[in-house]
Design a protein around this ligand. Structure first.
Ligand code: ZN
Length: 345
């Protein structure tokens, strides 16, 4: 094996990323080395590409970026058990500590010490990735590398959608980005009655309609009240999945929820935003913030659903060779893409 690799690096505090030659990471006794096959570009990577305030505050330079990946184990530390060379895998990109109360209670996704690959630690946009064996998620044959590369965002969608019981419920998803679209598909798979997805971007709403059996609503031209009537709901939606971070979307969601409705929030507002709390109190609405994936329950459920007919492949709209990463990021920046996958083979 060579000891050099290609990697997409935030090489300096500037806009963009550079393809560079870097040393292959050395693994510790509890790590595996993964030969990366496919990676997904995330909204987070776009922030890092654009080097906005958040990225400048958060990301050390130089850093190999990227956290959505699938690949194959090519080396293992001496303490690693239960995995084997050649094992196809994806993995949890949140590296957790072992000392917090939450971790020691097995609530790994709530560990305050969490560090993210491709954000705080060396990432997956590279030919090789070092990962703690604990974070590895083996892939069954039914899940190919392309789907394996988008399990991180699908996991966000699954974690959000499965926050509340959806069987027989009417579900409103606000925000038809890739994760919103996948959350709508999961809600449908989980037995929701009606799934409505809103956005102001017609391209994304069209994609939502292709990926999942949902009713897309462009809120610039249609009123949710009319949609509620059209679908024969008595009061409104039972469950809201807020995926946009847009304040108007949250207002519309609160307005169109039933008394006692439930909201899972994944979308991140750009700053503080005014919320009509009295409306939320009088409607007795439950709100849950969602971060990352439940480690590893979300992974288990997600893989089981994919093996059981959940199909999100059409959310992948663009595929590029890793060397054509600029085209991949341009597709993302256009605001018209679904998931963009880079091929490292
Ligand atoms: Zn991501």
């Amino acid at each position: 094996m060579t000891n050099e690799m290609r990697a997409l690096v935030k090489a300096a505090p500037e806009v963009g990323l550079r393809m560079q030659t870097r040393p292959v990471p050395e693994i510790g006794p509890d790590d595996v080395l993964i030969r990366v096959k496919k990676t997904g570009i995330c909204g987070t990577d776009i922030h890092i590409w654009q080097w906005d305030d958040w990225a400048a505050r958060t990301v050390p330079v130089p850093l190999v970026t990227g956290h959505e990946f699938a690949g194959e184990i090519v080396d293992m530390g001496r303490n690693v058990e239960g995995l084997s060379l050649g094992q196809r895998c994806s993995g949890e990109g949140h590296l957790i500590g072992k000392t917090s109360r939450q971790s020691r209670a097995g609530k790994f996704h709530l560990d305050p010490e969490t560090r993210g690959i491709g954000v705080n630690e060396q990432g997956a946009f590279a030919e090789y990735l070092r990962l703690p064996a604990f974070n590895v998620v083996p892939l069954p044959d039914a899940i190919d590398d392309e789907i394996g590369a988008i399990l991180d965002p699908l996991g966000n969608a699954v974690h959000t959608a499965l926050s509340f019981d959806l069987l027989g419920e009417d579900v409103l998803v606000t925000g038809a980005g890739p994760i919103g679209i996948m959350a709508a598909a999961v809600a449908r798979h989980a037995g929701a009655r009606h799934v409505v997805i809103t956005d102001v971007n017609p391209a994304r709403l069209a994609l939502a309609g292709e990926v999942a059996d949902v009713r897309p609503v462009d809120v610039t031209g249609e009123d949710l009240k009319d949609v509620i009537r059209e679908l024969g709901m008595k009061q409104g939606f039972d469950v809201g999945l807020e995926m946009s971070g847009n304040q108007m979307a949250l207002d519309q969601m609160v307005e169109s929820l039933v008394m006692g409705g439930r909201i899972a929030l994944l979308g991140i507002p750009p700053g503080k935003s005014p919320v009509d709390w009295s409306r939320i109190v009088f409607k007795a609405i439950t709100i849950k913030g969602v971060y990352g994936r439940e480690i590893f329950e979300t992974w288990y459920k997600m893989i089981a659903m994919l093996e059981n007919g959940l199909d999100v492949r059409r959310v992948i709209t663009h595929r590029f060779k890793a060397d054509d990463y600029v085209a991949g990021f341009k597709a993302m920046l256009s605001g018209r893409s679904g998931k963009v996958v880079l091929d490292w083979n």
